[in-house]
Ligand binder design. Structure first.
Ligand code: PGA
Length: 256
């Protein structure tokens, strides 16, 4: 069975000192708690990764480390980019790829995202691969096919031997940072279609082991309803991951 996952995406928030403080606050809030198998991940900005990694080690924290982005080349003249091996060296276990903000503001394509997934998997880092439709696609009723096409392109040629080592996050763009959450039924509709697509590509057994998260204004007040849906395996959380109290509440509520 799939363990639920609650992953915090801090985006471009929290400098080094603030990031270490937030990680410490979260470690304290979760210390000694029974999370009922919910896996917790935090994804700080790149310059905070090492500091958060140290907090995780020192406090034996009940969460693991993820990055927000990676480049698919191993090393070389790619100013400003971060290689998978560099994430590995700071003990990042996960890395978000293909977030709609990367696609929208930085022109990332499905081809880039596919290459990033392959590069990460070569280094044993688990991709959290994002997909999701813009508002006009949703309004035109084409959201399921839009997301299915993204999934097919993003997973092309991937070899998934252990389904716990590949994670998808469905994040409808119109629900990100807007306070407009998709209803739990909306989330289930698309997450279910994603799982069917994964079953066509990788077989049912593998598809049944891949976590499909929902993202977009997920918060303590709606997490229980979201994870009650059969194909929603947790959440990728932006705004509500920036306060240790809110985020730890979400983790606990998801596990109840
Ligand atoms: P939000 O962001 O929770 O602030 O809507 C989610 C995300 O973009 O990952």
């Amino acid at each position: 069975m799939r363990n639920l996952m609650i992953a915090g995406n801090w985006k471009m928030n929290k400098n080094y000192t603030e990031g270490v403080e937030l990680a410490q606050g979260l470690a304290d809030a979760l210390a000694g708690k029974d999370l009922n198998g919910v896996e917790v991940v935090v994804c700080p900005p790149t310059v905070d990764l090492k500091g958060v990694s140290e907090v995780i080690d020192q406090t034996n924290a009940q969460f693991s480390l993820g990055a927000q982005n990676v480049y698919f080349e191993e090393s070389g003249a790619f100013t400003g980019e971060t290689a998978p091996s560099m994430l590995e060296a700071v003990n990042a276990t996960y890395c978000i790829i293909g977030h709609s903000e990367r696609r929208g503001y930085f022109g990332e394509t499905d081809e880039d995202i596919n290459k990033k997934a392959k590069a990460l998997m070569t280094h044993g880092i688990v991709p959290i691969s994002c997909c999701g439709e813009p508002l006009e696609v949703r309004e035109a009723g084409k959201h399921v096919e839009f997301v299915v096409d993204q999934i097919k392109a993003d997973t092309e040629g991937l070899e998934i031997t252990d389904p716990s080592k590949y994670v998808i996050a469905y994040e409808p763009i119109w629900a990100i940072g807007t306070g407009k959450t998709a209803t739990a039924d909306d989330a289930q509709e698309v997450c279910g279609a994603i799982r069917e697509t994964l079953a066509e590509i990788f077989g049912k057994e593998t598809a049944d082991g891949i976590r499909v998260l929902y993202g977009g204004s997920a918060k303590p007040g709606n997490i229980a309803e979201l994870v009650a849906k059969p194909d929603v395996d947790g959440a990728l959380v932006g705004g509500a991951s920036l306060k240790a109290e809110d985020f730890s509440q979400m983790v606990i509520k998801a596990g109840e």
